[in-house]
Design a protein. Structure first.
Length: 246
């Protein structure tokens, strides 16, 4: 994916029809190693998200989105943080579905073990708030890169802060407020990168190489590595201050 984000497609353009009748979708990845990569990515995501993944197939590419952080209510200022892996497809297909991660991992694993090239998409689940959000395709502006070490430290610091602040027994509303404050705060020396993006990159195994590229567009931020992407959408009205290279 370049600075224009050409691998991203809109939900309206690629929405499948499996909710209308009993239409099933199938996809075949280019080879078995990418399938194993997808399994590992989804297993990591299952530890930190709500158990669902959004699959967008558009021609010969499959985008796999997972939601790591998202606001819960109108007053919640938590940024929406998504993880993304893009895989090549052996044959072109088109669909846009939200499916259970557990079922998807099971089908990918069985297909790998049995040497089957085609993977049947699991039955859809109700679309979640984050799954209705599609990152923009064009207009991204490249910013200064961020080191993987800075992201790794920010993720560990955030996890420690949440653990220290939250007692063993606490209400969901208080817990969400603490998480919003911790993961919505910017990491040191990067006024556009929230700690939640660092958490997602670390949790999903995307901290490859010495640094990640950073691109922005309005209230969106994208971190890119060889292993995948983290996309952040801030709540409306978010201000980053002067539009310099920070």
């Amino acid at each position: 994916m370049g600075s224009g984000g050409n691998a991203l497609v809109s939900r309206d353009e690629s929405m499948g029809c499996s909710l209308e009748g009993d239409m099933s979708h199938f996809f075949s990845l280019e080879s078995n190693p990418p399938r194993l990569d997808a399994i590992q990515f989804l297993q990591r995501a299952a530890r930190v998200n709500d158990g669902s993944a959004r699959l967008i197939a558009d021609g010969t590419y499959l985008q796999v989105y997972v939601g790591v952080l998202f606001p819960r209510g109108l007053l919640d200022r938590t940024p929406t943080v998504l993880g993304l892996r893009v895989f090549g497809l052996a044959e072109p297909v088109t669909f846009d579905v939200v499916v259970p991660i557990e079922s998807l991992v099971h089908r990918l694993t069985v297909g790998s073990e049995q040497g089957e090239s085609a993977n049947r998409v699991p039955a859809e689940v109700a679309s979640l708030q984050w799954a209705a959000i599609t990152p923009p395709q064009d207009g991204w502006r490249r910013r200064l890169a961020v080191s993987t070490e800075a992201l790794r430290v920010a993720a560990a610091t955030g996890v420690a802060k949440v653990a220290e602040t939250v007692p063993d027994m606490i209400g969901e509303s208080v817990l969400q407020k603490v998480r919003a404050e911790v993961w919505g705060s910017m990491i040191p020396d990067h006024k556009r990168i929230p700690a939640g993006a660092a958490f997602a990159a670390d949790a999903l195994g995307l901290l490859a190489g010495s640094s990640l590229q950073v691109h922005t567009l309005e209230n969106w931020v994208r971190l890119s590595s060889k292993a995948g992407y983290v996309l952040v959408k801030f709540p409306g009205g978010q201000s980053f201050g002067d539009d310099d290279e920070g």
